[in-house]
Design a protein around this ligand. Structure first.
Ligand code: ADP
Length: 161
């Protein structure tokens, strides 16, 4: 069975992430959405909240038979090795993503030689969306409805009430 890992912070999940996830599902039978937990960063949504929200969104977009939501800390390659995953998916928005992603994929290849990184290009309408930008705009009261799923939007609003 073809399986791939889509790792990220997903804090919060944006429509850009959903776009990449849907594309990944056209290529792979199963996709593990792996939430990276970074103990040094205070997230907007806790890990448990992110898991719950992402699971609900995945059900809403009818991908629950294709996508598994999981989380890991530490090195992504260690998680991939443990799960016997050989493909990692990364999304590319713009040229600015490329340099970092190239270095990351090269480092990962040295750490785990059987691992391949596959880059999927985002649709142009999502190419400027990032979790950080969404959080920033939301913090100052800007409208972010077009950039996140309604479930995510509702949960973000609950946070500030
Ligand atoms: P990280 O914290 O590692 O940047 P993110 O959750 O922001 O993780 O992103 C996870 C993956 O999704 C990365 O490969 C990133 O390039 C990709 N990504 C994020 N936003 C978008 C978007 N709008 N369109 C396409 N890919 C995206």
């Amino acid at each position: 069975m073809s399986i791939a890992l889509y790792p990220g912070s997903f804090d919060p999940l944006t429509n850009g992430h959903i776009d990449i996830l849907k594309r990944a599902c056209t290529v792979f039978e199963k996709v593990i959405l792996g939430i990276i937990t970074n103990p040094n960063k205070t997230p907007f949504f806790s890990l448990e909240e992110r898991k719950k929200i992402i699971t609900s969104v995945i059900e809403e977009i009818s991908l629950e038979n294709r996508v598994i939501v999981d989380s890991f800390d530490g090195l992504m390659v260690n998680y991939a090795k443990k799960k016997n995953i050989r493909v990692v998916i990364r999304g590319l928005r713009a040229v600015s993503d490329f340099e970092y992603e190239l270095a990351l994929s090269m480092m990962n290849k040295r750490l785990y030689s059987e691992l391949e990184t596959i880059f999927l290009m985002t649709a142009s309408e999502y190419s400027f969306i990032s979790s950080n930008l969404v959080k920033e705009v939301f913090k100052y009261g800007g409208d972010i409805k077009n950039y996140v799923h309604p479930i995510v939007f509702e949960e973000m609003q609950k946070k500030i009430k």
